[in-house]
Design a protein around this ligand. Structure first.
Ligand SMILES: Cc1cc2nc3c(=O)[nH]c(=O)nc-3n(C[C@H](O)[C@H](O)[C@H](O)COP(=O)(O)O)c2cc1C
Length: 362
């Protein structure tokens, strides 16, 4: 029976434990999307995680609509990330970059022009801009030329990630962003090879994975999905069938690991989950499955021991507890987090959460 503290191999990654830091947008980069020393300190403090998955990181200006979020499309950003990966490695950790194209969730004010999506749709609610929240604008449907260019953008970002010293990448296929806008049928109304049937809706993510894996080797690639929740206007009418088919594609492509944001109760943002897809995926996919969302390690430990999953990723508790893995091992008390500084600010609420003292850890 594997425990949270057993090592785990994910493709080329050798991990000392199965408690991952989930991707967390913290918006501490500049407008140029260049990571900095403060971010290096934050990530290095969390190097005890079996694996750190970075905050979502834009593959292009077009794909990045979050003020203060980092990018991976130019040399300055690569140099900034090198500071981060060096600091994490020096602290004994491992880190992969989450590659992000937000699709229709990018406001033109961020400088990328009219947003692009699977179809000409407008996302619900409000976009983030440097001047506060504004209504989303209508996206245009990606042309075949756009799709080819975006695949190249993914490949370049993956190449840049390796140049920046990352141990691999995770494609962001969750939470209503571009990959999800192709995948799930509430946002994809195309009538060409990229829309309609499940096979067609899977085509874009398949091509993204082929582009990224072709560039850096599939043994360094993972992907995240949010299969059983409605997020940012994206959901599916038949998630189990869709993700079962997707599992076969991931198996065929030899993608070594997936992370599923798959809550089993109403989430903190009020989303009501449908039935989990992970049992169906588990039967068809031999790669490793990382579960996430509103888990504490009691239920995660059980699901891993029973073989339903291989690892757990933890988000909010990692914000407030840089040494979370040690605290779990010692059953030590946890710092409370301050949601007001989750998505913005400087060092406060970012690098000032205390680790256990030597006495407390003894
Ligand atoms: C502040 C914050 C930022 C987040 N940023 C990202 C992100 O960049 N990419 C992503 O895939 N999910 C993101 N999420 C979702 C988390 O990775 C995770 O799925 C969610 O917090 C549930 O896990 P938890 O209950 O362990 O916090 C974010 C969540 C929070 C609270």
């Amino acid at each position: 029976m594997p425990s949270l503290f057993n090592p785990l191999q994910l493709g080329s990654l050798e991990l000392p434990n199965r408690i991952f830091m989930a991707p967390l947008t913290r918006a501490r980069s500049g407008r140029d999307g260049v990571p900095n020393e403060l971010m290096a300190r934050y990530y290095a403090q969390r190097a005890g995680a079996g694996l750190i998955i970075t905050e979502a990181t834009g593959i292009t200006r077009e794909g990045l609509g979050w003020p203060g979020a980092p990018g991976l499309w130019n040399d300055a950003q690569v140099d900034g990330w090198k500071i981060v990966t060096d600091a994490v490695h020096a602290a004994g950790g491992r880190i992969v970059a989450q590659l992000w194209h937000m699709g229709r969730l990018v406001h033109p004010d961020l400088g990328g022009g009219q947003p692009v999506s699977s179809s000409a749709t407008t996302a619900p609610d409000f976009a983030h801009t440097y001047d506060g929240k504004k209504p989303y604008t209508e996206a245009r449907a990606a042309t075949p030329a756009d799709i080819g260019r975006i695949l190249d953008d993914y490949a370049r970002a993956a190449r840049n990630a390796i140049a920046a010293g990352f141990d691999g990448v995770q494609v962001h296929g969750a939470n209503g962003y571009l990959v999800d806008q192709f995948l799930r049928d509430s946002a994809n109304f195309r009538d060409d090879d990229y829309g309609g049937s499940i096979d067609n809706r899977i085509r874009f993510v398949r091509e993204v994975l082929e582009a990224v894996g072709g560039e850096i080797g599939m043994d360094r690639v993972g992907i995240r999905f949010s299969p059983n929740i409605h997020v940012q206007g994206v959901e599916d009418s038949n998630p189990i069938q869709l993700y079962a088919e997707l599992a076969k594609t991931l198996e065929e492509l030899k993608v070594p690991w997936i992370e599923l944001r798959e809550p089993d109760k109403v989430t903190s943002s009020g989303s009501v989950p449908t039935a989990p897809v992970s049992p169906a995926m588990r039967r068809l996919y031999s790669g490793k499955i990382v579960i996430n969302s509103d888990h504490d390690w009691t239920d995660a430990r059980g699901r891993i021991a029973e073989g339903h999953a291989d690892a757990v990723s933890i988000g909010r508790l990692f914000i407030a507890n840089p040494d979370l893995v040690k605290r779990i091992a010692l059953d030590a008390p946890l710092n409370p987090g301050d949601p007001a500084s989750f998505y913005s600010g400087g060092a406060q609420g970012y690098t000032d959460y205390p680790a256990l003292t030597e006495q407390e850890a003894a």
